[in-house]
Design a binder for this molecule. Sequence first.
Ligand code: ADP
Ligand code: MG
Length: 732
Amino acid sequence: MPWHEGLNLRPTDCRLQGPRLGPAPVQNQRMAEPASPPKEKSAPQKALEKMGLRRDIDLALHLPLRYEDETRLTPVGELTHGQSAQCEGVVSEARVELRPRRQFIARLRDGTGELMLRFLHFYPSHQKTLVAGAKVRVRGEVRGGFFGHEMVHPVFKPVGDDTPLAAALTPVYPTSAALPQAYLRKAVASALQRAHLQEVIPAHLVKPGLPPLREALHELHHPPPHAGLASLEDHSCPAWQRLKWEELLAQQLSQLIARRERALRRAPAMVAAVGGLPEQLLAALPFELTAAQRRVGQEIAQDLAQAEPMHRLLQGDVGSGKTVVAALAAAVAIDAGWQCALMAPTEILAEQHFRKLVGWLQALLEARGQTVAWLTGSVKGKARKAMLQATADGRAALVVGTQAVIQDTVQFARLGLALIDEQHRFGVAQRLALRKKLEGAGHEGRADSGSAAAAEPTVEPHLLMMTATPIPRTLAMTYYADLSVSTIDELPPGRTPIVTKVFADNRRGAVIEHIRQEVARGRQVYWVCPLIEESEALDLQNATETHAHLCQAMPGVMVGLLHGRLPPADKAAVMSQFSGGQMPVLVATTVIEVGVDVPNASLMVIEHAERFGLAQLHQLRGRVGRGAAASVCVLIYTPPLSDTGKARLRAMAETNDGFEISRRDLEIRGPGEFMGARQSGDALLRFADLQEDSALLQHARAVAPRLLDEHRQAAEAHVQRWLASRVDFLKA
Ligand code: ADP
Ligand code: MG
């Protein structure tokens, strides 16, 4: 008799949708192309695939978060409040009560005491199983209720005199709402039986002291009753160590493979002429570069001069001046006769870049018969055609846009350099699409491509990614295959540090007063409302209400509203009124998060600050403090704050340094979540922790090259086993 798991899963669900037990006739059946006609997939099956659990090995490597102990019974008389326990006894009484609310209550006795079982939602099946006189086993969290101990919504099942206890601890897996735990448990158990778990790494290269993979996996999925729960759950036992080591090794190997592959590819070697475009640009700028900007500019120029594709991350705090460094890199490429593409995550940001770059470069380009093109989703009709034409014939030396730039319809004559701004905002899929487009994109433009021998490597553009979310070096090396990092560690001179204040939301009145004062001084103000991921509608409501409230509280002051649902033309209109200074106050959802540059803005109010991540808060704060005026950032939170919420707001109040913020973020969240996407593919290390497991990492790093050189097949099999579905992510 199956357990009744809460209310999510009735017994029939298991039978109808449960994976077949026992060996499958075809290996990796789930992977196989469906024979005709394709069967409709059940919801849990789809949920499995969505979580990347396709192959048997994927399921076998899906490890428990924690365990439930169904191997023993606790006498009712020994229960304590807060404990999670399993008890067995006879139902002494069962009835539906109507007050204080409708609920089903059963009392369980085992000779040592009485336990109340309480169900606020229940089905006839509850009443059928939990009748007076029935012997049942129940499991749940114990609460010290007014009338003695109770369990609310325990799982339960009828038992006989000799119903055996579980032989192993029961695993609890990470899952999603669409995937019942019981279904996943069965799917993992049967996949574990089928999966090929033979050792692929030669024994002398495995870290000494670790158990074989098969043994480790069986232990982690079904630990024996005597297993130490603590070392299982804190991942310190040898079985976990083996899994972490395997994961780290797979990662080191895939990086090494990527690095070696890249060394074989070709990119245009670009050297700017003396007195060429970069020098002309520098002379035309209204400011001097900082020392840090000059240094990273040189690092980039050195890469561009090589015939090997650059793959470089340019990181620098918000406001550190990355755009001009990108413009310099573009100037080098253009001077050497190549085209350059600059891609930004939002239309607003792309447009701002466009304006800035036009201001800096257009006159210089026109003198050479060239131009800057502007390409986003909202550029349509004739204008779009003209832009596409200029891009295809090479007249557009620099093409600025959103991801529209990477669409298939856009052809470059000689793309030599791709710049991605705020790259952390682009999804992995977009980064991959770009890389695919880049491969061979510059090919047509090569003078000798017509006669090139087939064996000659294709030419691809250099790639420069920019981010204001700095990545600690060890992380960068682990998360991105083969990435060089340049860092701007200095802000342009004359900036006054931003003061950050944290207010509970009952002090809104004081904040509005502060806004009035800033506006009276001719300054401008942002008020940002959070993006509530589950509901765009709610998100909008929040911003709309705040907007109405501010309009009312400050009659005569122009208050704008900007959110993701506005048509692009309206967005642009609002943004230009704000950046032009006519609009003193702008209420916005997080569409303004990245890169917007309005130096006259001196006050940033962030509502529901507790809902934002630390990196995002820092990004938002960076929208002010761009001019000489002293700027303030006000973080409004709604109590009560969680511990991590507190830690984040404290970090914001204590430091303005993006690198320090990033370090604290890592501390608060752990590297697994660091890259902002712990879903499916993006969090590349599921098990290992770079700091905690540095000994394992060192071993894996040392073994990887030997494995690749001396046991190539084993190395490939290992990467395949661990990363088959993620291998692309590693290159992104
Ligand atoms: P981010 O690194 O956040 O992208 P931006 O490139 O938008 O920063 O630069 C922020 C502001 O600083 C812009 O207005 C830019 O023109 C200005 N700026 C950049 N470099 C310098 C510099 N060396 N001296 C003075 N102002 C600069
Ligand atoms: Mg920027």
